[in-house]
Design a protein around this ligand. Structure first.
Ligand SMILES: [Fe+2]
Length: 494
């Protein structure tokens, strides 16, 4: 039987412009700002079905919240890719798991000077106060914050040469810089760490680490002094890029390798070391900080890369998949003794981790919010069958006490939780207010009502305060940012 959430994996075409949403409950009057979210909106090109959830054409979502009301807009990003697809009915560039048509000559040329997609569907960033859609290439696409109309594709031409760029840049609040990593493919593959001023698209290289077979990676950890990358055994086979395989099919899991924590001193630009840990795969780091001699790195760890296949549209729509989530894992790395302790802080399935980023990024923290599966948190004796299908709950986890609080409702599938502080600290990292004083926003699919909703949870009690009914089903999305009204705060999320 097809899962009820399948309607969240179908293409939509209609675009809405600032529609006021009917509300249940009350949105706190202090909550004033804009939540931009990104994700796919269309899963076919001409008569070709796209392969993977990550392949869909980018569609922006905008939730404007003020004076207790919610308005919603959605608009496809008119990227170069989107325009080409609309005119030619075929892809222009390779996506994550679907290749564009091209000849072997084109592929050879592409190795030297690859044509990279600007189908920026992963998340949102800012250059100054202008929002941009971002993806795993260095190309960002600007859009109007009121109308969502696409402005321009920004292809940085600066001192940083990368083929890839992570959809999860970090923000250094002290230095007002955006720090990110990428991979450079070529005669000498490398991981590249770079940063830019919050006001500028021009990037500055910090460090470049040669690597024979780069790992696939999607996010990284940041402390005051270090950048940390979890390098999994999912490694690139460089010749596969010539074979017509898709981007991700050019990677394979190497059973002979461990995972490594790759540590870079981001001030000195020095590679500190590569520290082996148990093999695992990771999409999302949670937080990282320094504690005495140790670097503490928290992330969502999967046993292997099978989750990538689970997130293909074919398997997702069938629904007979393990819930696509991993465990909350903590590493304590001592650089001086070159030892790493590993500990699972919370068993999964967990994904889309979020914290009070402005207050706790690069610092010890207490509260984690994430998507999870309601049946993944029953006492062991209640496990009659293993849960299957998409994540259908949100969890708040207290790292100090080990307690967890679940929010779920039958037939409702929440996306990424976004924490919004009631009183964001003026000084980054200051604890003027309790860490969980605020709300958690999540766009969810209500399969019974056959519509998407924006739920507003009280972050302290994790109970629902309000939900806004959207005019249609928005396909399941990925990530976003909350920007408070009249504030220059640059980031709400990693
Ligand atoms: Fe992500």
């Amino acid at each position: 039987m097809m899962p009820a959430y399948r309607i969240g994996l179908e293409s939509i075409s209609r675009e809405y412009d600032r529609i006021e949403c009917p509300l249940e409950g009350e949105v706190p009057p202090w909550l004033s700002g804009t939540l931009f979210r990104n994700g796919p909106g269309r899963f076919a090109v001409g008569d070709q079905d796209l392969t993977h959830w990550f392949d869909g054409l980018a569609m922006l979502r905008r939730f404007r919240i003020e004076s207790g009301t919610v308005t919603v807009s959605n608009r496809f990003l008119r990227s170069t890719e989107y325009t080409h697809v609309t005119e030619k009915q075929q892809l222009r560039c390779d996506q994550f798991a679907t290749s564009a048509p091209s000849s072997i000559v084109g592929r050879l040329r592409g190795l030297v000077d690859p044509e990279l997609t600007d189908n920026a569907s992963i998340s949102i960033d800012r250059i100054g106060t202008d929002p941009v859609a971002i993806t795993e290439t260095p190309k960002a696409v600007g859009f109007d914050p009121e109308t969502l109309e696409t402005t321009e594709t920004i292809s940085p031409n600066d001192g940083v040469s990368t083929t890839g760029s992570l959809g999860h840049p970090h923000y250094d609040f002290d230095r007002e810089t955006v720090v990110n990593m990428g991979v450079r493919f070529g005669r000498q593959n490398a991981y590249v760490l770079f940063e830019r001023s919050a006001e500028s698209a021009i990037r500055r290289p910090i460090a470049s680490l040669p690597v024979d077979r780069p790992a696939y990676f999607h996010s990284f950890g940041l402390t005051d002094q270090f950048a940390i990358l979890l390098e999994s055994p999912l490694r690139l086979n460089p010749l596969s890029l010539l074979s017509g395989r898709s981007f991700i099919d050019s990677y394979s899991w190497d059973n002979d390798r461990k995972s490594n924590l790759v540590v870079v001193d981001r001030h000195a630009g020095e590679h500190i070391g590569r520290f082996p840990v148990t093999p695992c795969f990771v999409f999302h780091h949670v937080n990282a900080f320094e504690h005495g001699d140790e670097i503490v790195v928290d992330l969502i760890a999967f046993e292997d890369d099978s989750v990538i296949d689970s997130l293909s549209l074919g398997q997702l729509r069938e629904g007979d998949i393990p819930p696509p989530g991993g465990d909350l894992r903590r590493y304590r790395l001592s650089v001086s003794t070159e030892t790493v302790d590993e500990e699972t802080l919370l068993s999964g399935p967990l994904e889309f981790p979020a914290v009070n980023y402005r207050q706790v990024s690069t610092r010890p923290y207490q509260h984690l919010y994430a998507a999870t599966h309601s049946e993944g948190h029953q006492p062991e004796s209640n496990h009659t069958t293993q849960p299957t299908g998409l994540l259908n709950a949100l969890v708040k986890f207290d790292l100090d006490t080990g307690s967890k609080t679940l929010w779920s409702e039958p037939g409702v599938y929440p996306g990424e939780p976004v924490f919004v502080a009631r009183n964001p600290p003026n000084t980054p990292g200051a604890a003027d207010s309790p860490e969980d004083d605020g709300v958690v926003l999540s766009v969810a699919l209500d399969t019974d009502a056959e519509q998407s909703v924006l739920v507003v949870l009280d972050a302290a009690s994790f109970s629902e305060l309000a939900r806004a009914e959207l005019p249609t089903v928005f396909p399941f999305g990925f990530h976003g940012q909350w920007y408070p009204s009249e504030s220059r705060f640059h980031r709400s999320m990693p």
